[in-house]
Design a protein around this ligand. Structure first.
Ligand SMILES: Cc1cc2nc3c(=O)[nH]c(=O)nc-3n(C[C@H](O)[C@H](O)[C@H](O)COP(=O)(O)O)c2cc1C
Length: 232
């Protein structure tokens, strides 16, 4: 079994490796990070501190161990038999960062302006429904995290926290993702509430108006939704 400090040392070394030009020559940073994460998970080397993450996928197994099985099944399900999730992950392996040498990259400015608001980064948190299913503080925790980083939060129609409370926790109005109900009156009611909360943008999502076939979730939806951590 690895101690926390040997685990940190190994991760620090892997971090160094993934930044190395030699890794770029072998297939690039994202490919290396993905493969080291898979190797780390395979030997049970799961992060216990966000600071140890080399790659966003390092959070996956850590979350798997925390989230109740029924909620986990929802979180990891795609459409039909998850073909698009697999295709996306495969696709991202072919996107590489091209290292540019002999440029001064000590000060990088990632700020982005969208409709009059400046964010510290173009990376934002996507809308995901019912975040309290995954963490007791749900959307409020995401609001505090995005506020701390100066980034955008997009709140789902299926939020488990009221839009007003989320805007307050975020420090400024968030964007709102809308699944429009089939009744126009109900849609107007939501839009007026979101407007009154100050949300400057509504992102209309049309993928779910007729429902979808999620086979992974359908097969596992009867699994417990609380208090059953994944066995180690
Ligand atoms: C558990 C879960 C819940 C989601 N809920 C919503 C939602 O309520 N509204 C929405 O527009 N998209 C929803 N999405 C889609 C995400 O916003 C995002 O577009 C999608 O996950 C693709 O990004 P990714 O490749 O980083 O996962 C959800 C995705 C997941 C995994």
């Amino acid at each position: 079994m690895m101690t926390n400090s040997s685990l940190r040392d190994r991760r620090a070394f892997l971090k160094f490796l993934t930044g190395s030009p030699y890794i770029a020559a072998l297939g690039g940073v994202s490919a290396a990070a993905f493969d080291t994460q898979q190797a780390a998970t395979a030997i049970g080397d799961v992060i216990t501190d966000p600071k140890d993450a080399l790659d966003v996928m390092d959070f996956e197994e850590a979350a798997h161990r925390k989230v109740a099985p029924g909620h986990w099944a929802y979180m990891v399900s795609g459409t039909d038999e998850d073909g698009t999730i697999r295709a996306n992950r495969e696709g991202f392996k072919h996107v590489q960062l091209r290292p540019r040498r002999l440029f001064d990259a000590t000060k990088v400015d990632t700020r982005t302006e969208l409709w009059g608001t400046t964010y510290n980064s173009p990376i934002f948190t996507c809308p995901t429904g019912g975040e309290k299913s995954f963490h007791a503080e749900g959307e409020l925790a995401v609001a505090r995290a995005t506020k701390a980083r100066g980034t955008l939060q997009v709140l789902s129609t299926a939020t488990s926290t009221g839009v007003e409370d989320v805007c307050q926790a975020h420090g400024q109005p968030v964007w709102y993702q809308l699944y429009a109900p089939s009744s126009w009156a109900a849609t107007e009611k939501i839009v007026h509430r979101v407007e009154a909360a100050g949300c400057p943008v509504i992102a209309l999502t049309v993928d779910n108006t007729t429902g979808r076939n999620s086979e992974t979730y359908a097969a596992q939806r009867s699994r417990p939704v609380r208090g059953v951590p994944r066995p180690r």
